[in-house]
Write a new protein. Sequence first.
Length: 433
Amino acid sequence: VFPRETAFRWDREGGFPFAVDMCNGNGACRKPVEGIMCPSFQAYGDERHSTRARAQSLQAVMDGSMSAEAFTSPELHNVLDLCLECKGCKTECPSQVDMAKMKSEFLFHYQEKHGYSLRSRLFANFDTLARVGSALAPFSNWIMKSPPAKWALGMLGLAPERALPDFSRRRFSRWFSAHQADSRTASRGKVVLFNDTYTEFHFPHLGQSAVQVLEALGYEVIVPPRACCGRPAISKGFLKQAKAKAGILIGLLEPYARLGLPILGIEPSCILSIKDDYPDLVPGKTADAVAARCATLDQFLADRMKAGELVLPGLMENREILVHGHCYQKSLGSAHCTPDLLRSVSGLKVEEIDSGCCGMAGSFGYEKEHYAFSLQVGETRLFPALRKASDHAVVVANGFSCRSQIGHGTGRKAVHLVELLDYIRTLPERKSL
């Protein structure tokens, strides 16, 4: 029996020790460079950095081969350190070992004992920093790029080679409040657009594009009051704070779920955290009901298209499109949705890159000690594929971290699917989708 009260619910696995024991040593995480699992093993080719090695280390604590105190030891922290929490093992491992969830649980207990670093606090509560940065933009962007700020961030353990995303002065929610939709076009019903931190404070144009595309397709868009999903807090093991954030957001989204409305997300990591993590983080019928209504925007559109409810028009242009899928979408089975949508548009030559994980993994690639490794993961497949591609090819990546890593590692600009769909919508010869 695990002598600790866990932050996540592990009932479906039979408890935390049984979840750890699901690894039977089959070694699927040591496969050649294909699929998602395991990015760290694929980058290093070293058993120490495989999902199996991490699970076996945890098993040693559970079965008594190591002392119970070892569960919060620096040695075990080192074993789990290079897990990018991509969720690939949850799908690709025959035993469905969920190492991302285990690492988050471990980090919670480890930090409760040893303390939470200032850098981890910064990333876990990035929505607070984003709110302040947006209010002070563009001055805040200048400050963040100044030598003193770079020095201070370096002292906190951030890689000096990385730049935090710029803050936007005009928040998406303010644009939406002023936006006047033509209610006559809302022939397909209502959808809820979840306003994540990145859309609200950094990339409001993505929210604008999403609204305009959905409205052009005949949907009335509802944007609820904004609240952070807690994804950064979950990743960093701040599970008390993540529970609090999840409780607030569930309360905001539950009325829409009760009405049976789709809840759509632009940023895959955020909307899929609600869908995949919340049922075990804040268990209950309400969280389950909200999770059941959540989907990425591309999955929603692809499902409607597959059902014959939507048809995207042809784009009379011979253009190559390269799609890099977000790890969570690959792991949870919806990575095909973006390429499927784009393949329905005549004139587009769409290729889904066999790219695995980009290596950025949220805040992971910003951390000084992980910077070189994050680029090495990108070099396993993603970066070489993009360097070989035509300069005229459009690179589509729906994850903010993915687009940031692509730009940093290859110098290529990647766009979100909604940007491309909005471009198609606004072509002179196309008045609507």
